[in-house]
Structures are given as structure tokens and as C-alpha cells.
Design a protein around this ligand. Structure first.
Ligand code: FAD
Length: 488
């Protein structure tokens, strides 16, 4: 009997639930990845994530080859197709004559609809679609309150998550023991190989792009580097100029690393007393938290978690559009905000502290709908993940489940003074401000004329004046939210 493993956001061969399950139950196992036109057609033709996926597939293909070879099976290859997954998977299943298809859960609404459609078409062919947990440590309804409901506040969720955690949940799926079931390349499919970006209609990333190591091999490289500094994570993680966080989010997003492996590394160090590892593990719990929020409340896609906040009147019209464009392009006149937006545009990454600052700035200083910012991040973040991005935006906009209270409004200047005190991060992305002393780099419009002259900076020419006055904006936001809460 034959089975097909359908890889989606789990692009690795090690510790892989679906690959393990398939190899345990079938004699011949094929693996496939579909470059799904239903997703790709909506993207710009140059997209760092598509390049990351492609490079990760090359790595996955060689992992599968090596696994096969270690069991004496030659010519094991990943099947890669380009088309609509709803048609491609059933077609391939019947072409290969498989009885079952295995895949990992993906709880995004579009993915659930896709999987339901594929499940139906496979059933017509007499093929079963088995899906299982892989992407998170605890999923769906695995962590519930005492009364059996879903948590919507993080801290009690985290406490329950930690209480429930045992080595069992972090154990790796030992694919290698059963990889003898991997099938050699079926010649009927033509020649094996991962298509080039051009072959799937994409352009390569520009040559001056920062390099993001892809595949499980790239993930392992980043992980090794991070484990050398995980003990300092709690102290270093909030400062964007410092190498504090793990930079593993894109690997978690595409499953090139196993979340069980990462949680295991953190948990064992935490038990050994590492405060850094404890704080880092709690970030992985946030990840699970937002995934279960999306599972239990799919309406958060496009709607405030707290329905009363859907009544907020956000700024609209030409002026708001111009402010939104200034935010997107890093021209707000607030250096930390602008440097952060340039980091996103140039690298596809933004530091967590800066995601909070820029999201707060868009919603609370510019009065612009969080959904517009969410969509911009979704387009540009390498690690874009619907559950985490939506959760982060609703947190910052105060519309979310366990959000920042609406009256707590980040001051973009004091955030800058606190988290980039020397202006090191700002200088990296805004060289035109590099000549300003630390005391005036956070708010150049308050710099003394002499400082501006010495820095060779003409405000309004080399760098914009602030597009908004924070204190006034703050007042408007308090009114805006008071209306939404019927408190006025
Ligand atoms: P680390 O600090 O090393 O954290 C380790 C891992 O924990 C991350 O890789 C990520 O998987 C997870 N994690 C950390 N913080 C969070 C969080 N708040 N929510 C959920 N998971 C978390 N994260 C995404 O993965 N994708 C997104 O699209 C995304 N959008 C965001 C939007 C906003 C407005 C905000 C405020 C946060 C967003 N985050 C998102 C969460 C967080 O900013 C990133 O996960 C983090 O910056 C990634 O960098 P890292 O891997 O170096 O993080």
C-alpha cells in the first residue's frame, strides 16, 4: 500500500508527525509540495518567502534522499508541483495509486477550506486524508480552562500550558527509524527536481538582500547561534540594536525547524535555572496561544476580538491615505518608527519591540484601522503568520483578546529613548540622522539649530518633520476609543 505526505508549513524531514505516521503505516511513501497558485497568484512577483520556500524544498529534497539512502533506497525525491492544490493533490493521489494522504494541521480559515475540499475529492477516489498536529506544542482544545472553555487571557493559559507539559509532548517523531518506507522516484512523473523561481513565475530576490539561511540546515545554523545566547534573552530581547532574539520565526512559520525541538531546548534549560530560556519558552506559548485563539474565534480575521471595538471610527480619506503611505515608507518623522518600517522593507524582518511600536503608532497616533497595518505586515513579513500577526495587531490596537488597554498609548519618543538609547538602531537605517547626538536623535524636531547644523541635517528636506503631534493624537485616540466603548 502507498501513501502520500503533503508538505505545507512543515518543510523538514526530521521529527515530522505526518511523515512518521505515513512511514509507519504504508510500504511506499511519497512526499509532495505544491506551489499553490491559489496562494501565489495574489503575491508580488518578487517575494522573499517564495524564495525561502524554494530553497527549503531543495534542502528537504536532500534530507529525503539521505533518509532513503540510509535504508538502501536510492532515488528518493520530493515531488514538487505548481498549480491549484485542490486539483493537484487528488490528481497525484490517483496517479500514484495511494490509499492515504498525510498532512499536518493548518488552522487558518483558508487552509481549512482547502483541506475540506481536498478531503472531499480524495474521498470520491477512495483515498483518506489524515491530518495531525505538528505546528504547535498544544493545539485547538488541548489546553482548556477548568470549565472546559478556551482561554482568552494569556497568563492563565500559559500557566495551564506549563502545568500540562511533559516530555511526552516534546518527543521527536523518529522518522529515521522507519524511512525504509520512502519510495524511489516514480519515473512516470518525469524528471525529479525543484523548479526554479522563474519556472513558477517569480523573480529572484535582489542581490543586495540580507541572507536568511533557509531549510532545516539554515534553521540549525541560527538555532546553534541562539542557544549560545539564550540565557541572556530576557535582558537582550527588547533592544532592537542588539542581537537578542532568536530570528527563528521564519523557520517556525515554515516548519523547517520542529517547534517540539525548540521547546525542548528551552524547557530543559529553564529547568536548569535559565531565566532567558524561561522567557523565551513563554514566547513559544504566545505562539500557541494565538493559534488556539484563531481556532476558537476565526472571526478575529477581519473583526475585533471584542465586538464593541468594531464600532470605532478610524480615519479615512485622502489625508489618512497619505499618512498611511508615510507610515509604510518610513517617512513619519518619528525616527524609531521610520527605522523600523525600513527594516521591514529591506529585510522582511522587524524586531518584536518595533512591531509593537509601529502598530501602536499607526492605530493610536495616526488613527488608522489596524486591519490596514495587518495587511501591510502580511505582505512584507518573512515570518507572516495569520494567527500571530492578527494577535499582535489586535493587541496593539487594544481590540484583541488580552490586549493593551486602549488608554495605554506608547509614546514613540520615550520608547525610542528607552529601547534604542544611543540611537544605534536608528542610525543603521537612517544614516541622514547619524550625525545627531543621542539626546536629540529620538525627536530631531526638538534638536537645537546648532546640532542640526553640525549634523548637516535639514529638517523637512533630508528627513521629514513629524506628520502628527503625539500629544494631540493621544487625545483624539482617547476620544475615539471612548466612543467605541459607549463611555462618553
Ligand atoms: P523571538 O523573540 O526569538 O521569539 C521566538 C519565537 O516565539 C518567534 O519566532 C515566534 O514564533 C514566537 N513568538 C514570539 N513572540 C510572539 C508573539 N507575540 N506572538 C506569537 N508568537 C510569538 N510573529 C510571527 O511569527 N508572525 C507574524 O506575522 C507576527 N506579526 C506580529 C505583528 C505585530 C503587530 C506584533 C506586535 C507581533 C507580531 N509577531 C509575529 C510576534 C513577534 O514579533 C515575532 O514572532 C518575533 O519578533 C519574531 O522574531 P524572533 O523569531 O527573533 O523572536
Amino acid at each position: 500500500d502507498h501513501a502520500l505526505v503533503w508538505f505545507r508549513r512543515d518543510l523538514r524531514a526530521e521529527d515530522h508527525a505526518a511523515l512518521y505516521a505515513a512511514c509507519r503505516s504504508a510500504r511506499q511513501v511519497h512526499g509532495v509540495f505544491i506551489f499553490d497558485t491559489a496562494i501565489l497568484d495574489a503575491l508580488p512577483r518578487r517575494d522573499r518567502r517564495v524564495a525561502f520556500i524554494r530553497a527549503s524544498l531543495v534542502d528537504l529534497d536532500s534530507q529525503l534522499q539521505a533518509l532513503g539512502r540510509s535504508h538502501g533506497v536510492e532515488r528518493v525525491h520530493l515531488i514538487v508541483r505548481h498549480g491549484d492544490a485542490r486539483a493537484q493533490i487528488p490528481q497525484l493521489a490517483s496517479q500514484l495509486g495511494v490509499q492515504a494522504v498525510y498532512a499536518s494541521h493548518d488552522d487558518e480559515p483558508d487552509a481549512l477550506a482547502r483541506d475540506a475540499a481536498v478531503r472531499g475529492r480524495l474521498a470520491d477516489l477512495g483515498v483518506v486524508l489524515h491530518t495531525m498536529k505538528d505546528h504547535v506544542v498544544f493545539e485547538r482544545s488541548e489546553v482548556l480552562t477548568g470549565s472546559g472553555t478556551a482561554y482568552s487571557v494569556f497568563t492563565p493559559y500559559k500557566n495551564a500550558w506549563l502545568r500540562q507539559l511533559t516530555d511526552f509532548y516534546l518527543k521527536a517523531w523518529p522518522v529515521a527509524h522507519h524511512a525504509g518506507a520512502l519510495a524511489p522516484w516514480p519515473d512516470a512523473l518525469g524528471e525529479p527536481g525543484v523548479p526554479t523561481l522563474a519556472e513558477i513565475g517569480f523573480e529572484p530576490p535582489s542581490a543586495d538582500e540580507p541572507h536568511l539561511p533557509a531549510g532545516s540546515a539554515g534553521g540549525a545554523e541560527l538555532l546553534a547561534d541562539f542557544l549560545g545566547r539564550i540565557d541572556r534573552y530576557d535582558r537582550a530581547r527588547d533592544f532592537p540594536a542588539v542581537k537578542g532574539p532568536s530570528y527563528l520565526s521564519t523557520h517556525l512559520r515554515f516548519g523547517t525547524l520542529s517547534v517540539r525541538r525548540l521547546a525542548r531546548e528551552a524547557w530543559h534549560r529553564m529547568q536548569g535555572g535559565s531565566r532567558g530560556a524561561e522567557v523565551w519558552l513563554s514566547e513559544l506559548v504566545w505562539r500557541d496561544f494565538y493559534h488556539q485563539i484563531l481556532h476558537h474565534h476565526p472571526r478575529v480575521v477581519g473583526h475585533a476580538f471584542k465586538p464593541e471595538y468594531d464600532a470605532i471610527h478610524w480615519e479615512h480619506g485622502k489625508h489618512a491615505d497619505a499618512l498611511f503611505a508615510a507610515w509604510c515608507e518610513g517617512r513619519t518623522g518619528y525616527p524609531l518608527v521610520d527605522a523600523a518600517m525600513l527594516q521591514l522593507a529591506r529585510t522582511g524582518y522587524m524586531h518584536n519591540r518595533l512591531r509593537m511600536v509601529t502598530a501602536s503608532f499607526l492605530t493610536k497616533d495616526l488613527g488608522i484601522d489596524w486591519r490596514r497595518g495587518e495587511a501591510w505586515f502580511a505582505l512584507h513579513l518573512n515570518d507572516f503568520d495569520l494567527a500571530a500577526n492578527n494577535g499582535g495587531w489586535q493587541w496593539a490596537a487594544s481590540t484583541g483578546c488580552d490586549a493593551q488597554p486602549y488608554f495605554r498609548i506608547f509614546n514613540p519618543v520615550s520608547q525610542s529613548e528607552k529601547f534604542d538609547p544611543e540611537g544605534k538602531f536608528i542610525r543603521r537605517y537612517l544614516p541622514q540622522l547619524a550625525g545627531l547626538p543621542a539626546r536629540s536623535i529620538h525627536a530631531p524636531w526638538l534638536a537645537k539649530p546648532l546640532e542640526l547644523a553640525e549634523a548637516g541635517l535639514r529638517l523637512g528636506v533630508d528627513y521629514p518633520e513629524p506628520v502628527v503631534n503625539h500629544d494631540e493624537a493621544r487625545q483624539r485616540t482617547l476620544e475615539r476609543f471612548a466612543v467605541a466603548r459607549g463611555a462618553k
